[in-house]
Ligand binder design. Structure first.
Ligand code: NAD
Length: 411
């Protein structure tokens, strides 16, 4: 059993206990509605055919069509995909999105494939991923997928069905029906939440120090929004290493530097810091925005930040979560903190269905409002039940799913 599935079951059971959910409902929520494993044959450039394993899991679609990302990573397992799909159900539900949770992916290392092999793999994934389509299950992007892969997926889907269906695939390029404001939605949502938390605590942006682990889509956009608003980003890192300046990094220059070198490591205006040290550095807010399970029972007692903003999915293990809660450190859970992209994916589906595309301002105004609404609901539940923010967000999500299941006669 993967650490991620263990964490997910732990969070579910804790939230279910906090809101007095019956055992049969808990058991039903821990089941996945459909879980498909399939083989994707890919003609390699050398003429041979390689087979790759693909997965698509629909956890629950009582609230609406299921949807979310596709990750292409070596060693991906069905267990990991199931955990991610369940978390998506909670994320959609806790943010008022009328959608269920799904996730998919391929066990493959894209760095070992040529562009042509990668395209054939992605197109093969869509042919194998059944059922699919708007109103059924809508794959979006995740690790190693991007607007380019989503465009291939859309084209493959439309070639197979013979029907133009922009709503069948999410995170596509704008020209093919993607939403404005989708690319940086997660970083923006985290920034809006940061502003709100700081306002509540009476922290002025210029006094607030923030360390960001991971400088990809999530981390770099979060850092950019923070810097534009006058917050001090004191540390940033990626897989190759990190950079640190207690007075605040020049994020604009750091973005230029990473654009030209492909990494934050070696940034000349900061001193170097390891990923481990970044997690325990002196700062007000720590934003683990790279990979799962980086804050564990081993380092949770050494965290100095007062707030953790979960940019990544599952960066804090269940054991560490307990320690942090005991120490009074506020963890803004992934299901709310990084929901920006899930929220804009919902807007993307709506726009594609109507074939009517919104201005950036409308997307961002609605996104900001939804993040604040989700935060307020989570805080009220946490105060009412005396739980952590994470448990509160899961309670809010679970309640909506269970209610939808009851209406449908599924419980
Ligand atoms: P990305 O591929 O654009 O960037 C990942 C970053 O993390 C890179 O800078 C990479 O070098 C770094 N990294 C990878 N492994 C690392 C390690 N072991 N230690 C330190 N840094 C490491 O990915 P992303 O889209 O920014 O996603 C990051 C995380 O956020 C993932 O967990 C993803 O599931 C989650 N997430 C992403 C979105 C989104 O909108 N992109 C939304 C919700 C959640």
């Amino acid at each position: 059993m993967s650490q991620m599935w263990k964490n997910t079951v732990g969070y579910m059971k804790k939230a279910a206990g906090a809101c007095g959910l019956e055992d049969d409902a808990i058991a039903a929520l821990l089941l996945c509605k459909r879980s498909v494993e399939f083989q994707i044959p890919v003609r390699m450039d050398n003429g041979k055919v390689n087979y790759y394993t693909g997965y698509r899991v629909i956890h629950n679609d009582a609230l609406g069509l299921s949807g979310d990302g596709t990750r292409i990573t070596a060693g991906l397992t069905c267990d990991e995909v199931k955990a991610l799909a369940l978390v998506m159900s909670i994320k959609h539900a806790a943010n008022g999105i009328p959608a269920g949770g799904a996730k998919g992916g391929i066990d493959a290392d894209p760095s070992l494939l040529s562009e042509g092999e990668f395209e054939r793999l992605v197109r093969g994934y869509i042919r194998g991923m059944i059922p699919k389509g708007y109103n059924v299950d809508v794959p979006g992007a995740d690790i190693n997928t991007s607007p380019k892969t989503q465009a291939w997926m859309l084209d493959e889907y439309e070639q197979v069905t013979g029907i133009h269906s922009p709503g069948a695939i999410n995170d596509k390029p704008g020209l093919l029906g993607g939403s404005l404001g989708g690319e940086d939605a997660t970083g923006r949502g985290m920034y809006v939440l940061t502003q709100e938390i700081c306002k509540e605590r009476g922290w002025l942006p210029e006094d607030v120090t923030i360390a960001v682990q991971g400088f990809g889509n999530v981390g770099s956009n979060y850092a950019r929004y923070l810097a534009e608003a006058g917050f001090k980003v004191v540390a940033a890192s990626d897989i190759k290493g990190g950079t640190f300046d207690p007075e605040g990094l020049d994020v604009g220059r750091l973005l230029e530097y990473t654009e030209s070198t492909g990494t934050v490591a070696g940034f000349p205006d900061g001193s170097s810091i390891t990923n481990e040290d970044l997690l325990t550095c002196e700062c007000h807010i720590l934003a683990p925005s790279a990979v799962q399970d980086v804050i564990t029972e081993k380092n949770a007692s050494n965290i100095k930040a007062r707030v953790i903003m979960e940019g990544a999915n599952g960066p804090v293990t269940a054991e560490a979560d307990e320690i942090l809660y005991g120490r009074g450190i506020a963890v803004m859970p992934d299901v709310v903190a990084n929901a920006g992209s899930a929220i804009v994916c919902h807007y993307e589906r709506s726009q594609s269905a109507m074939n009517d595309y919104w201005e950036l301002e409308k997307v961002q105004t609605r996104l900001d409002r939804q993040i604040l609404k989700s935060y307020t609901a989570m805080r009220e539940t946490a105060l009412g039940l005396g739980t952590s923010f994470r448990t509160a967000a899961w309670v809010n999500g679970i309640k909506r799913i269970v209610e939808a299941m009851r209406w449908r006669g599924l419980l």
